[in-house]
Design a protein around this ligand. Structure first.
Ligand SMILES: Cc1ncc(COP(=O)(O)O)c(C=O)c1O
Length: 396
């Protein structure tokens, strides 16, 4: 069956039957994508600078990923974790070789990977015989997901208020405030969980000093350091995992978003000493199935064959320099690490995003002032130049 529907009919049906949690969506529905571009069902072409919210690191419809997925679809999609799975074993090995982790568990999303990391930290102390250490320190303005535990971990009141009481105990501290972090540790603390660059709240990097202190506190107190690398991982910040910028490794880190190139997958990556899960302690029906792992393996192949990390670093620098060169008084601050870019504007960002959309550019916003860009890591200088011209026009 081929689905061909007019945008008006899709919107009408969506409003009637879909449980809307995303607010007013952009009035467009895409039919296909290729590289940086998406094509709407009226034929209009858009350049995607949000990359499916940091998912489409390889752009859309990358031939190598499509070939792997097609091949896998023809063979087997899912068998469950009752059986061995070559792609799962290969992907776990690959992630271990690339990182500081010794073992990997697969989930289906970022929130689920974080949920797994939180459970693993608690299980680690439980198995050590240190009882129910249940406090996890996270940072204000962080974002860790939408399940109940990860909503509790998220350091933003607006996500938590309707769901109180939030059962797990998360202590939120001011990011980059070393004293607050040290003071927040109690005998019940089992972990400190951080995004090395806070993404969802507007691209705010943690400082080297702060992460160094977090690592030191964890080592001194015997507690675990967890990094949420769901957005910062997979080359987004110009290195494979964001923590490489700081040379400060975690005990556990989580991945999702770009790992599957658009096929849902999440991963909990941990050092051997804290791999406390034993059979029955955790699980997932779909997590790490044939399709998702095969897609992720293809994604990692492309990272190597196209040197995407170097492109992320170089294009990120080029992008930020170009914005910096813009002769407009409307740019207040630029924050960027690789191709994770936040630009504070002196004008209403929602209006700017709307105008860019009308010109065929898909961008995001945070609050009323920050323009958020998460372009695919394959982006070129010419594509960045074209965007800069569009932004310049909109801002003037
Ligand atoms: C840092 C971070 N953690 C966790 C999540 C949640 O991931 P998911 O939406 O796949 O559950 C996100 C999503 O934006 C994220 O940016």
């Amino acid at each position: 069956m081929v689905i061909i529907m007019k945008l008006e009919s899709i919107i009408e049906m969506d409003k009637k039957y879909y449980m809307n949690t995303f607010g007013e969506r952009n009035p467009v529905s895409f039919e296909r994508g290729e590289g940086l571009y998406l094509y709407a069902n009226d034929g209009k072409k858009y350049a995607d600078l949000m990359g499916g919210i940091a998912v489409n690191a390889l752009g859309h419809a990358h031939p190598a990923v499509l070939a792997a997925i097609h091949d896998q679809v023809d063979k087997v999609l899912h068998t469950s974790n009752l059986y061995y799975n070559a792609s799962q074993a290969l992907l776990a090995k690959r992630l271990v070789k690339l990182s500081c982790a010794d073992k990997v568990f697969f989930a289906n999303s970022g929130a689920e990977a974080n949920e797994g990391a939180i459970k693993l930290a608690r299980m680690y102390f439980y198995k050590k015989g240190e009882g129910h250490k249940n406090e996890i320190i996270t940072a204000k303005n962080s974002f860790h997901g939408r399940t109940l535990a990860t909503v509790a971990a998220t350091g933003q009141e607006k996500y938590q208020q309707p769901y109180r009481p939030l059962t797990p105990t998360f202590i939120h501290v001011e990011p980059n405030d070393i004293q607050q972090l040290a003071d927040a540790v109690t005998e019940n603390t089992c972990a400190i969980m951080l995004e090395v660059v806070q993404g969802e709240s507007g691209v705010h990097p943690l400082t080297h000093e702060y992460l160094k202190t977090a690592r030191r506190i964890c080592d001194e107190k015997g507690i675990l350091l967890i990094y949420d690398e769901i957005q910062t991982g997979m080359g987004r910040t110009g290195v494979m995992f964001g923590y490489e910028h700081f040379c400060i490794e975690p005990d556990i880190f989580t991945l999702a978003k770009a790992l599957g190139g658009g096929v849902p997958i999440g991963a909990v990556c941990a050092r051997e000493f804290c791999c406390a899960f034993e059979p029955g302690d955790h699980g997932s029906t779909f997590g790490g199935n044939h399709l998702a792992c095969r897609a992720a393996l293809a994604v990692l192949d492309v990272f190597e064959s196209e040197d995407l990390i170097e492109n992320s670093r170089a294009m990120g620098q080029y992008f930020v320099n170009k914005i910096d060169d813009l002769k407009t008084g409307k740019i207040v601050q630029i924050r960027g690490r690789g191709l994770m870019i936040g630009i504070d504007l002196a004008v209403d960002v929602k209006e700017v995003v709307k105008k860019l959309f009308e010109k065929g550019w898909l961008c995001g916003s945070v609050g009323s002032a920050t323009l958020r860009l998460l372009p695919p890591l394959i982006i070129t200088k010419q594509e960045i130049d074209a965007f800069i011209s569009a932004l310049e026009e909109v801002l003037s």
